[in-house]
Design a protein around this ligand. Structure first.
Ligand code: NAD
Ligand code: UDP
Length: 323
């Protein structure tokens, strides 16, 4: 039980064994909080938090957020959801359930505890955007019956639920729209572009560009992203978002492939494969709100952030890290 004189908070991180969640657990433990990491291990690995398991302030619970759970918490970071297109399309009904039922359950938990809750929303709420760069006011262009809709519409509905729990029940909410983020502890097999290209380059295999590689993304290193996430959670209660957090440096996918080839110094060749349906043609966050409201902006360039990311995948492929 928490001592009322202790300043440490009890913080629930759903999806805490995933890429972003596991780094967040590290940060919160280092700050002296009690952390409950809840994850069904659908796309995450217990290994990502293995070093925390013996820590007295850390608890791992294997649980699906589509099921209710009773816990005593002060804050909730709701990160549970597969993030890579191949993973979230693998069980699309499950993805929508995680976004919608999972959000209802976590919002209910926040309501019972009078806890603050942050939602890891996504740039995908803008779909294939007709407004560029994307501002928070833009309502997006999502194909509601397409193969990405389970995620895009699921996350849009989650945002609706967050704002309705806020208006109807007074729940303290923080909605963060995350743009493509990369770094160590991404799943090497999850099919996202940064992990695919690095693993392919390290193995000397062909680098698979989908389409002609002219589509763009703006890549944020995980440390910058987590700074933004924590700044939002720790901001005044009046700040609900939605707020874009991402790096506005925009690259074509071909430019990303060339940078990875240069840094890995590989003999891999670029090959072209069909573009998946509804693949957004361009994406870049407008981060003026984050700058103004949170005093946050990213500082790590793609060329810098790729270095520790490549080193991580190299260690993994050499067997120095096991998942
Ligand atoms: P990830 O796949 O590495 O992590 C997600 C974690 O959630 C995994 O550990 C998985 O096992 C867990 N999970 C999935 N469904 C669950 C369920 N029903 N119950 C309990 N746990 C469940 O992905 P990530 O990149 O760390 O993304 C974290 C969050 O941030 C996700 O909500 C994602 O939608 C959001 N996001 C990420 C990015 C990005 O570029 N990384 C971009 C936009 C939004
Ligand atoms: N992509 C690619 N090769 C790959 C994986 C992805 O060219 O091996 C492309 C994909 O079609 C998309 C971009 O890279 O245009 C980003 O894909 P990712 O799955 O990382 O994220 P999202 O599309 O959700 O932004």
């Amino acid at each position: 039980m928490r001592n009322k004189y202790m300043k440490a908070k009890t913080i629930l991180v759903t999806g805490g064994a995933g890429f972003l969640g596991s780094h967040l657990c590290d940060r919160l433990i280092n700050e002296g909080h009690n952390v409950i990491c809840l994850d069904n291990l659908q796309t995450g690995y217990k290994q990502n938090v293995a070093h925390l398991l013996s820590h007295s302030s850390f608890e791992f619970i294997r649980h699906d957020i589509c099921e209710t759970i009773r816990l005593e918490v002060d804050e909730i970071y709701n990160l549970a959801c597969p993030a890579s297109p191949p993973h979230y399309q693998n069980n699309p009904v499950g993805t929508t359930k995680t976004c919608v039922l999972g959000s209802i359950n976590m919002l209910g938990l926040a309501k019972r505890n009078n806890a603050k809750i942050l939602q890891a929303s996504t740039s995908e709420v803008y779909g294939d955007p007709k407004v560029h760069p994307q501002v928070e006011e833009y309502r997006g262009d999502v194909n509601p019956i397409g193969i990405r809709a389970c995620y895009d519409e699921g996350k849009r509905c989650a945002e609706t639920l967050f704002f309705d729990y806020h208006r109807q029940h007074g729940v303290k909410i923080k909605v963060m729209r995350i743009f493509n983020t990369y770094g160590p502890k991404m799943d090497p097999d999850d099919g996202r572009v940064v992990s695919n290209f690095i693993v392919q380059a390290l193995q000397g295999k062909d680098i698979t560009i989908y389409g002609d590689g002219s589509q763009t993304r703006s890549f944020c290193f995980k440390d910058d992203l987590l700074d933004g996430m924590q700044a939002l959670m720790n901001s005044d209660d009046a700040i609900t978002g939605p707020i874009n957090i991402g790096n506005p440096d925009e690259f074509t996918i071909k430019e990303l492939a060339e940078e990875v080839i240069r840094q890995v110094d590989t003999t891999s060749q670029i090959i072209y494969k069909p573009l998946p349906a509804d693949d957004p043609t361009r994406r870049k966050p407008n981060i003026e709100k984050a700058k103004e409201i949170l005093n946050w902006q990213p500082s790590i360039k793609l060329s810098e952030g790729l270095k520790p990311t490549i080193a991580y995948f190299d260690s993994l492929l050499r067997g120095e890290i096991k998942l």
